[in-house]
Design a binder for this molecule. Sequence first.
Ligand SMILES: Nc1ncnc2c1ncn2[C@@H]1O[C@H](COP(=O)(O)OP(=O)(O)OP(=O)(O)O)[C@@H](O)[C@H]1O
Length: 239
Amino acid sequence: MVEVDGVSMLFNRSKEQVDNLKEYLVRVFQRKLFFEEFWALRDISFNIKRGESIGIVGLNGSGKSTLLKIIARVMKPTNGEVRVFGSVAPLIELGAGFDMDLSARENIFLNGAVLGLNRSEMRRRFDSIMDFSELWDFVDVPIKNFSSGMIARLGFAIATSSRPDILIVDEILGVGDFKFQKKCEDRISEIIGTGATVIFVSHSIEQVLDLCQRAVWIKNGRIVMMGSAKEVCGAYNNS
Ligand SMILES: Nc1ncnc2c1ncn2[C@@H]1O[C@H](COP(=O)(O)OP(=O)(O)OP(=O)(O)O)[C@@H](O)[C@H]1O
């Protein structure tokens, strides 16, 4: 379903802060702009089969989100290739596409348009999105007045309102309260039950063990270990 083939990602990390375009151009002209090359991922390869759920574990800054963004085609890798066979629902930075001045209702339709769904399709899904997010009391409130957890609930409800072939989940189950986290886990299990492939990043080893059969451990942008979730999480925990 997903083939990750020799993926490497190079970032330019500037050591200095340039606050505006004028200063940037002056520094370029004076040759006083310094960059530092940084490989966030190095030669990552693995395949994911249909219906498999795979967890990606690793410490902060190890490259997990960068890998998910490359698989979701938010970023292009510097080297290597990712081949994806099926529809993808990325749960990455939930609510990033929302317009803060618009209400929950308006953002649902806006998000639908971004996902390529027409108005009547979104009207059909509207009630179930609102039911799942439990935000009916706020349906016409601009989402700039929402808490971050409420925004994440709405984002999760919209992104999982379709039944994707591949679900990409980046550390989002920590955002809601414990009741909503359980609801999200149940919905992900339900999507896995429909035969979907799931790629899941979490710092919660329990969640990875609950939801995934296989796991990949990444450290400093390289794969340290790949195998059954139990084996990999055990080794990661012990490290
Ligand atoms: N756009 C960017 N420009 C420069 N460096 C970046 C960029 N995005 C990520 N990085 C760097 O790449 C490395 C990996 O970041 P990434 O977000 O993939 O880590 P992560 O494993 O998801 O971390 P966390 O567990 O903290 O979410 C970090 O050192 C980060 O500073």
